[in-house]
Design a protein. Sequence first.
Lengths: 433, 477
Amino acid sequence: MSTFSKEAGAALIEHALSLDCIHCGLCLHTCPTYQLTGNESASPRGRIHLMRAEAEGRIEPDHGFEEAMDSCLLCLRCESVCPAGVSFESMMEDCRDGLDSVRPKGWLVRVVRRIGFGHILPSRRGIRLALGALKLAQVLGLTRVASTLLGARGRALGSLPPVPPRAERQPLNLAAPTPGSESSQAWLMEGCVMPELFGRVNRASATVLAAAGVHCRTHAEHTCCGALHAHNGDLTGARELARSTIIAFESSARIPVVINSAGCGSHMKEYPRLFSDDPEWLERARAFSSRVVDFTEFLAAPERLNPLKSRLGPSQSGTLAFDDPCHLCHGQGVRSAPRTLLASIPGAEVVELEDPEACCGSAGIHSMLRPEDSSALLAEKLEDLERSGAQTLVTANPGCHMQWAGGLTQANSPKQVQHIAEVLAQALKPNAS
Amino acid sequence: MQEQIVTQLRAIVGPEGILTDSTALLAYESDGLTLKRQRPELVLLPRDTNETAQCMRVLHEHGIPLVPRGAGTGLSGGATPVPNGVLVGTARMRDVLELNAEDRFARVQAGVVNVDLTRCCDGDGLFYAPDPSSQMACTIGGNVAENSGGPHCFKYGSTTRHILGLVIVTATGEVLHLDEADVDPAGFDLVGLFVGSEGMFGIATEITVQLTPIPPVTETLLAIFKALDPCCDAVSDLIAARLEPSAIEILDKLAIQAVEASVFAAGYPQEAEAVLLLEVEGRESAVEDTVERMLPILEAHGLLEVRRARDAGERRKLWAGRKGAFGAMGRIAPDLYVADVVVPRTRLREIVRYATDVCSERNLKISNVFHAGDGNIHPNISYDRRDEEEVARVLEAGDLIMETCIKYGGSLSGEHGVGLEKQAMMSRLFTPDDLSVMERVRRCLDPDGRLNPGKMFPVRSCKEVRPQLAGSPGEST
């Protein structure tokens, strides 16, 4: 019944990359899917072993292979503990891209790909239409119906946050300042879904950056960076979006590009990888990636932290716990910056989760494709939050934000989720200019 | 495998507890020793003693050989599947069943990860002492099977000194409760017999371990040397002077460079030829006294500099670097042969020199990271398993190193076990009579020889040994 159509001899990944893994197994215990299943083919070491075996022609990519690769969350926790420095993310992206070209796809994946990746995410108009439709469906109660009809797979649809009213779904439209002081300028990348679902986070980010003495500007047309495409087997689409992103921000070559979505920032810092065979674009990608900086990382630098501190008043969010988004801690190695920021809010009570670097199960569109795994991971995180005694869970990534919010709503919890920009914006002293 | 047997087993462990897909099974074809590979017929992941016992009864009934497996981080091939065999993994047995801080013991399922055990009793001022380098991933069950060591076993002793009781499922599926948690149970010490049995006596499903109080003061020193030879001599002299640090570890230059290039970079000086990582624990005055008496000995051997960890964070980093060293070798070559042999500590310098020479004569890359205090050396030879000729040179070098250790009055295994890696050398260390006695002990617990067959005993010697055994005709080991 195998319907895979692979060209004989063509490997899914670059074989040499798999040789970095020495099979020590230190990654096993940190892998969420190995933890869930106890199955070594659902562990980083096992997956690399299978990729290598495929590249060596010992096995063909069959359904077992597909399952091993698709079940990965790409949370990158394995990279944080790998002594050999295996480039797991890049191998998995290549593998899925290769797999995508040889395998038959399920209907849900096809729909998500064709419509979501191809038409919605890359265009502001597409996103607005889609979110408008979602809003209508939510108002009419259709999402509940659809979610019931779809069974487990529809659960994610039902737990999507309510689409905010139209007035809140406006891009920021921040213009460039009058020429002169380039040193205190920054691009704030608004993102694709962020302006629609989390417009308030973008507004909070701009407010906080302004309080730190940064003049922010936004790009009217730019939407998607292509991270979801790269993670889900569409490197061609990812390259296209990377090029358009690079072009959009290329004219102001010295101004940092601030990202308040960890998954996007992590991906954009890795743009050069997409163009390893294209010297011209490789150079442009390098130049762009060197300007990409996470919102927390950017703000925690002393030249911005000091002015921001003088503007911060008492915390408005109760006891806080920061949950490291995987693509911030494992993907970008940013761990102390968000904590530094929270600690600078006068009187803020900040507690640590027991395992803040464990994945919450959001993982891009994973929560939609594998709802059971996703819920199991979230359940452990919710328990961790409960034990911590925190009232506000602080995140720095929209996917995690939705996942946590959905989980807390389902559990009827009084706790709330906030993006770190929202926490900081609420603590800003009023009426200072 | 017959569909009917698979159905029977699936009914016991549930659909999540059995792996039959041939691609998924390939992920289990080796443990940390990648030279030897064999795809299992089936992987079973029972959740408790009861499920394990039921599975074992079915396997017994059908005469199917099996290999127990923890996290598969072992380095001697102990968890490598056997032809036509089943793997019984403990990866879904991860519960801490009881933690008794007053009586200082814990009862855990076999699949609990070593570091998690220490984490769960940390708040009570206790820790689990044996700390293999793979402790981030390896399981207590695997540690029991291999009698694992670790840097701190210099002071605290290896796994066997810390196991108070076991629940064992035998080859026939019988459950043995050896878990009275007494210091010295009446009758034979069967727990002592089981620890280090390399999966050949049964599967331990529940383990009662002794927990150790965290010492009041811990001092971690990094002593930097200009050459490896005097660094080894310094260790011999520390031992001779009856000094008792809790850990004495050596890393040589290549190991340092690999670690420093990794996520576990610990700040080891990359220009140094060798470093000694020393830990001293106890009451403050005793710790100070030991450190003061150690320094002149180190200085007499060409010490360049001593650095002290300033806080717990620095100490963690120094140890994380040491423990990530094996994996970090992935930067040097795709595969690594980690020898694991023991010599009297007065012969450290000679054996390390010998291993270095043997490798350089064969154009092999060698690095050294080892438990110097125990005389347990790990010459790490980097290679590429696709190069058959290089593999042959690696194995030859390994054999020569093992032979020389035996000649020096040492042993074949410090902590990794014999498994597949060292089985051929067993006949050099033991006489046919010795091996025959071992085989008889094994047959008491596993008359059919179905548990981890083909390991530990040298194939040729076994054939010589077998005729002396009563009632075991025609088995293939």
